[in-house]
Design a protein around this ligand. Structure first.
Ligand code: PLP
Length: 384
């Protein structure tokens, strides 16, 4: 693959890359220049002109049209997309709204971001959430399947784990769930627009994503996906004027919900955040899902090979290629006392932690990173 389009994008849209090896997308992504412009233009227009009611309506037209772009990113249909705020809030749409039989249990992973576990505990109770333990930071699908019984209604996972960078074997898990009528719910915040997701190839029932990490956007805006297969089995816990079939209020206040996933929208969304999210999604679609994944995984391979040559540094999990993602954790000696601030002073943005389990650095590689970023980071580690 020709990587020059990635270099061009980096040069033209991500000026921060000239100051830093920016390896911290798993915390927050960089804003592209065109994302920044879309955000600023929106705010400037409102500041200069105010917003009429008909322009308010234009916002809705734009947001409804943009469902197509979001759908394209995961190969879904626009009717399966709804706007939301945080990942955690979005996950609750499914856990609170899905019809479940009595005594239903949910299988998840001990590596999960807490919201995945919390929202299911809130729905089915502490004892009905079964948490699989990782093996050397990996989670073979069989470890999840071993916890499944006839009462398992849902497998809920973060497709890429923020705690290790492990990427699940989605095909295996999706097939397993499809064959048994188990719902599959995924938090995709740590891989959206990084690792390829195609819900037509590998069916998923529900997904949630925020825009501030891999989507390079603002906080408090994201989206949810509900498969058409299950849409009528998920009931909105909250309703409002925007999730109805016709946004003009009915004279008799009859409540007719939208037949589409936008039934989970209750009021005016974060218009400016949506404009920002649109830009990064367009960048991703222009680059192409397959090429982005290949670009990232090539960089990850390169980081693996460079880190393997360092003494006292270990790659957490040392995952098989199919379980790698844009996130890599490295263990380092605690006495190196590496912090985020120290790395920043050396022109590197990544996340270091130093806890009872030892010290580590989380490195995230996105489509705006290149080999020089990895080289700069490795050169920094070599100074210890
Ligand atoms: C996998 C995952 N999900 C969710 C979140 C938090 O997202 P939000 O604040 O939008 O709920 C994080 C943050 O690190 C995360 O890593």
């Amino acid at each position: 693959m020709d990587h020059s389009k990635f270099e061009k994008l980096r040069r033209e849209q991500y000026p921060l890359t000239s100051r830093y090896a920016y390896l911290d997308t798993a915390s927050t992504g960089m804003l592209a220049t065109r994302t920044r412009n879309a955000l600023v233009d929106y705010i400037e227009y409102r500041y200069e002109n105010g917003l009429t009611l008909s322009e308010f309506g234009e916002n809705w037209k734009h947001a409804d049209e943009m469902r197509k772009t979001i759908a394209q990113v995961i190969n879904a249909d626009p009717e399966e997309i709804f706007y939301s705020d945080s990942t955690s809030g979005t996950l609750n749409v499914f856990s609170a709204g899905i019809e479940l039989p009595e005594n239903a249990n949910v299988v998840t992973s001990g590596q999960s971001f807490p919201s995945t576990i919390f929202n299911w505990k809130n729905r089915v109770g502490h004892n009905n959430v079964r948490i699989a333990s990782p093996e050397n930071a990996a989670m073979p699908s069989q470890k999840l399947f071993d916890l499944v019984d006839e009462n398992t209604a849902v497998i809920a996972l973060c497709l890429v784990e923020n705690t290790t960078g492990f990427r699940y074997n989605l095909k295996e898990i999706s097939d397993f769930c499809q064959e048994r009528g188990i719902y599959l719910a995924l938090d995709i915040t740590q891989c959206i627009t990084g690792m390829k997701i195609d819900v037509k190839e590998t069916p998923v029932d529900f997904m949630a994503a925020a825009s501030y990490k891999w989507l390079g956007g603002l906080f408090g805006v994201g989206f949810g996906y509900v498969s058409k297969r299950v849409l009528d089995k998920v009931h909105p816990a909250y309703v409002g004027w925007t999730g109805v079939k016709d946004r003009r209020p009915a004279a008799d206040f009859s409540l007719t919900l939208s037949p589409n996933a936008n039934k989970f929208e209750t009021g005016s969304p974060n218009w400016v955040g949506i404009r920002g999210m649109e830009q990064s999604m367009q960048i991703y679609l222009e680059l192409g899902a397959d090429d982005v994944q290949e670009h990232i995984l090539t960089l990850v391979d390169y980081l693996y090979s460079q880190a393997a040559a360092l003494e006292k540094v270990n790659i957490v999990g040392n995952f098989a290629p199919e379980n790698r993602s844009g996130i890599v954790y490295l263990t380092i000696p605690s006495e190196w006392n590496i912090t985020d601030e120290l790395m920043k002073e050396h022109g590197i943005r990544a996340h270091a932690s130093n806890g009872p389990a030892g010290a580590s650095i989380r490195v995230a590689l996105h489509f705006y990173n290149n080999k020089e970023d990895v080289d700069k980071f490795i050169a920094f580690l070599k100074t210890f």
